[in-house]
Design a protein around this ligand. Structure first.
Ligand code: CA
Length: 227
């Protein structure tokens, strides 16, 4: 059973979310503020975190940065929750590396669907957990990445983008397909953040960043490895 941590100071919202997630078959843990939320996340290592951004003690972005810095939670999927519907907030959240973003008020049904979608993207089929392409090696089970056999830290989004491109090497991948792979669906916000993620990914790949090519008018591709 997947365990989900809800970091949310508004009790009625936390209760509503918790009730619906439990009904959908998830185990739920709750924290009421940013500091407690960080502690519980590091201690309990949940499978997914729902993170409210407006929190007393430590705001959601600060919590998020701390969780990403710690190896225990660096790869834990995070869905941000916020009352702020502004596009810039969505972009800030997604660029920071959140796996998804929900604006209040959201329907409990939508929340459960998003949780399911994110967890599904993180689950890999057993038996085929390792994938190698050129200087890149992906451990799909542990979500670990190796560059020239050296462990290299990628965010979950960078990992998913690069793996998707490598598995389809030599073929340009459409921006919409890339959005759907990473976020499970596509909207205008993703289009603006995709390029930011790709840019950071290339920087992390150093000289091997040239494997990732921009295909004008379409999206991105990764070069074929030499046979
Ligand atoms: Ca709040």
């Amino acid at each position: 059973m997947h365990r989900i941590l809800i970091i949310e100071d508004e009790r009625d919202i936390a209760d509503l979310i918790g009730f619906n997630l439990q009904r959908a078959g998830y185990e739920v843990i709750k924290a009421n503020d940013g500091i407690e939320g960080t502690d519980v996340a590091l201690r309990e290592r949940p499978d997914l975190i729902l993170l409210d951004l407006m929190l007393p003690g430590r705001d959601g972005y600060a919590v998020f940065r701390e969780l990403r810095r710690d190896p225990r939670t660096a790869n834990t999927p995070v869905i941000m929750l916020t009352a702020r519907a502004q596009t810039e907030d969505r972009i800030q959240g997604l660029e920071a590396g959140a796996d998804d973003y929900l604006t209040k008020p959201f329907s409990p049904k939508e929340l459960v669907l998003r949780v399911q979608a994110v967890l599904k993207r993180f689950n890999t089929s057993p038996g085929n957990v390792d994938f190698t392409h050129g200087p890149f090696r992906f451990d799909k089970n542990a979500l670990k990445f190796y560059l020239d056999s050296e462990p290299t830290e990628l965010t979950s989004i960078e990992f998913k983008l690069l793996l998707f491109l490598c598995e389809r090497a030599g073929k340009a991948q459409d921006r919409n397909d890339l959005h759907c792979t990473v976020w499970g669906y596509s909207d205008a916000t993703h289009s603006r953040t995709l390029d930011t993620h790709m840019k950071r990914l290339r920087q992390k790949l150093g000289p091997h960043g040239s494997w990732v090519e921009t295909v004008r008018g379409i999206g991105y591709s990764v070069a074929k490895a030499d046979a």
